[in-house]
Design a protein around this ligand. Structure first.
Ligand code: AMP
Ligand code: MG
Length: 407
């Protein structure tokens, strides 16, 4: 990894992103029930074992006929046919259709042998002994033919497909109960800080509510991962190590927040430096101090504690890394360019990510709040990041800026 030199010069966010990605290799392929597959990525091509439809059937409630028996039918000069049988959906002992007769048939019921068209019930008197037919039909009308949608043996879903509702419905339609997918990553989330209090508890003086674990767990679950939130730990190395040790074998990745910057009592840094985790500066604001590596075989990404820094670090490094490990080919958020409605300044030598609100057409973007990494309400009110590259110290109102779209 980058080592001392990297820490000195500061890794670019792109360089750091690749390092984080290297910590999260592709997840194993497992077969999961369809109900657990939504949003996951198919790992192998899937072949249909049946055709769709599996047999010729009626697309309408009505009457199965031979089209040639009703050629002359009009509203003024209807044709009457005896109704020889009734075919509800699911019936399997359907008799062939004798010439000059009809069979009453429901949507999805098998087409009787000899029939070549369906007269929809609305074009008849709905009779059960005899039926009056008020219109002619062309052969094949309202018949759904075997294999029209899928032929048995067809590849219906390709490896790499993201499984949304239509793909899952299709898998079920060809009779599959499960699919081979890359399993969701299991991610431990551990907040650190002696000042943290769980939401819901009374807030003693000098304390703040712990919010990073909720935000990070939600971000993990939003992309289909499984988050395991550990109880947050005070700034005490022994406690930190003990909590991590309890869970080491259970996950693909540990994400910590807090305790990685340059002050005293940097618990994550103190506990994991020289233990396989390296702490570096990434040339960005917010979110400069970062750590990554592996501790006792568990991949660790250590995020700074300020809520916006932690959230941005997830967004820029962990989100693409986890998506990639899950097999997604599209791991980047969409981007756009828009005119800033207000001036902004950016520190030298760092990419700055400001929070913003863009309009529907991405014509303008309104910066929301200042650059401070504690401004969580501004982040919650934004729908994009404004990326101000290295080398740009000032953006004037009306300048075009790059956006990372979060909505
Ligand atoms: P640290 O990186 O530990 O120095 O924390 C930086 C700032 O983020 C401090 O103001 C912390 O109180 C705050 N902070 C750290 N962890 C959390 C957390 N889990 N939830 C909310 N704020 C936090
Ligand atoms: Mg702290």
């Amino acid at each position: 990894m980058g080592g001392v030199n990297a820490a000195k010069r500061g890794l670019t966010p792109q360089e750091y992103r690749l390092e984080v990605q290297a910590l999260v290799p592709p997840l194993p392929v497992v077969r999961l029930p369809l109900a657990m597959c939504r949003g996951l990525v198919l790992a192998e091509d899937v072949t249909a074992g049946v055709s769709l439809p599996p047999f010729d059937n009626s697309a309408m409630d009505g009457y199965a006929v031979r089209a040639s028996d009703v050629v002359s039918a009009t509203a003024e000069n209807p044709v009457r046919l005896p109704v020889a049988d009734d075919i509800p959906a699911g019936r399997t002992d359907v008799a062939p259709l004798a010439p000059g007769t009809s069979q009453r048939i429901m949507t999805g019921a098998p087409l009787p042998e000899g029939a070549d068209a369906i007269i929809q019930v609305e074009l008849t008197d709905g009779g059960t002994e005899n039926v009056r037919i008020d219109a002619s039909v062309l052969p094949r009308t309202h018949v759904r033919f075997v294999g029209e949608d899928v032929s048995s043996g067809d590849v219906i879903l390709r490896a790499g497909t993201v499984l949304h509702p239509p793909q899952l419905g299709l898998a079920a339609a060809v009779g599959l109960a499960g699919l081979p997918v890359r399993r969701p990553p299991r991610v431990l989330v551990l907040s650190t800080g002696s000042e943290l209090v769980p939401p819901g508890d009374p807030l003693p003086p000098g304390h703040i509510y712990e919010s990073n674990s909720v935000l990070l767990a939600a971000a993990i679950e939003e992309i289909g991962g499984k988050a395991v939130v550990l109880r947050s730990v005070p700034d005490d190395v022994a406690t930190f190590r003990a909590v991590v040790a309890e869970h080491v074998g259970e996950a693909d990745l540990l994400i910590t927040s807090g305790g990685v910057s340059a002050g005293a009592y940097e618990v994550v840094k103190d506990a994991l430096s020289d233990q396989g985790v390296e702490f570096v500066q990434v040339a960005m604001q917010p979110g400069g101090p970062q750590g990554r590596g592996s501790f006792e075989g568990l991949s660790v990404v250590a995020l700074p504690g300020n809520p916006v820094s932690a959230a941005l670090s997830f967004e820029l490094f962990l989100r693409p890394a986890l998506l990639s490990a899950m097999g997604h080919s599209r791991t980047d958020r969409p981007r756009a360019r828009a005119r800033a409605t207000a001036a902004m300044t950016s520190p030298p030598g760092r990419v700055q990510y400001r929070r913003g609100r863009h309009d529907a057409g991405h014509v303008e973007v309104v910066p929301v709040g200042g650059p401070g990494s504690h401004l969580l309400a501004s982040f919650a009110a934004s729908n994009c990041l404004i990326e101000i590259p290295v080398g740009v110290a000032e953006v004037a109102a009306g300048d075009e800026v790059d956006l990372v779209l979060l909505d």
